[in-house]
Design a protein around this ligand. Structure first.
Ligand SMILES: C[C@](O)(CO)[C@H](O)COP(=O)(O)OP(=O)(O)OC[C@H]1O[C@@H](n2ccc(N)nc2=O)[C@H](O)[C@@H]1O
Ligand SMILES: Nc1ncnc2c1ncn2[C@@H]1O[C@H](COP(=O)(O)OP(=O)(O)OP(=O)(O)O)[C@@H](O)[C@H]1O
Length: 278
């Protein structure tokens, strides 16, 4: 069975403090896109094969998060990964892959790890696989009002960013938390998002100025809101309808940019509906 490993989007990401061990306290609205990687997990001795447009960018040895996920569940597995998401791009590709392997192994009767966050801060939310408010260093998840299936365009300028390097470049680590999640439709969600931020965005722009260019380009194509996800450099634009998103994606095409039109998932992602990959 093929498990989707959808892209994680931090629609808002506030950095509210830092723990003694250096990890940052976060307050984030996390949702998933109907676009992402896919994994197939078959019982057997540990083995990994990878295909897809970004296959060349992932480590294929024991440190691949797919194999590490299986090891944390005390088993080997034959895993095939289709890598559709750019690597080190703020949309949690490795975490999504690990969570998808965990889900597949759980469906085969293996117990989920007691502490999934030990493999990465984004793993608990990727395992939950649906919109959530994520706090602590990533381990605390709370439900949010239903997220409408808004059309989105994702754009990555082709610059990988290291998550620790972006956290290190932060100017302030004691920012305000998000306002209480409160919306009931697309307009009120976009209004609520207008009161939030991605605190990592200025830090990431200082390392990769092309992110500003991406945000300006998304706005120029009529995005109602554009922002960077996670530690970057992927940015998302929210659109009114699927046609506008597809049109924007076509207009944003550049040889060095990865551009996808898709939509936000209101619940668990069981399949993909990306409308255009440029
Ligand atoms: C930025 C986010 O993508 C937002 O969803 C995540 O918090 C990062 O999740 P992740 O990539 O799974 O992160 P991990 O692999 O656990 O950590 C990578 C590095 O990011 C930094 N890190 C991560 C999470 C966190 N709450 N504080 C941090 O300071 C640390 O330097 C850590 O060494
Ligand atoms: N299956 C995998 N897919 C992608 N990267 C992997 C995988 N396994 C290990 N890695 C390593 O993990 C690092 C982070 O990659 P990933 O694509 O998950 O970053 P990210 O999108 O910035 O994540 P986040 O949004 O959680 O910070 C890469 O540098 C890569 O070498």
């Amino acid at each position: 069975m093929i498990q989707p490993a959808p892209a994680k989007l931090n629609l808002a990401l506030h950095v509210t403090g830092r723990r003694a061990d250096g990890y940052h306290l976060l307050d984030s609205l996390v949702v998933f896109a109907r676009h992402g990687d896919a994994v197939e997990v078959v019982p057997g001795a540990s083995a990994l094969t990878v295909d897809g447009p970004f296959a060349g960018d992932v480590p294929v040895g024991a440190d691949n998060l797919c194999l590490r996920a299986a090891r944390t569940m005390g088993t080997g597995a034959r895993i095939h990964l289709t890598k559709n998401l750019p690597v080190a791009s703020g949309i949690g590709g490795g975490s999504a892959d690990a969570a998808a392997v965990m889900r597949a192994l759980a469906a085969q009767g293996h117990a989920l790890p007691a502490d999934p966050a030990a493999l990465g801060a984004d793993i608990p939310v990727c395992l939950a696989g649906q919109p959530a408010r994520m706090r602590g260093v990533g381990e605390r998840l709370d439900p949010v009002p239903e997220v409408p299936a808004l059309p989105i365009v994702l754009v990555n300028p082709g610059i990988p960013l290291s998550t620790p390097a972006v956290f290190k470049a932060l100017q302030r680590r004691d920012n305000s938390p998000m306002p209480e999640p409160d919306w009931h439709d697309a307009d009120s969600l976009i209004g609520w998002l207008g009161k939030t931020r991605n605190d990592l965005q200025p830090a990431a722009i200082s390392l990769a100025p092309a992110i500003s260019e991406v945000l300006t380009a998304l706005e120029g194509q009529g995005a109602r809101l554009s922002r960077m996800s996670g530690s970057g450099a992927t940015c998302f634009g929210l659109f009114d309808d699927a046609d506008s998103a597809a049109r924007a994606a076509r207009a944003l095409a550049r040889p060095d940019w990865w551009v996808v039109a898709s939509e936000l998932a209101s619940g668990p992602v069981r399949g993909y509906t990306s409308t255009a990959t440029v």
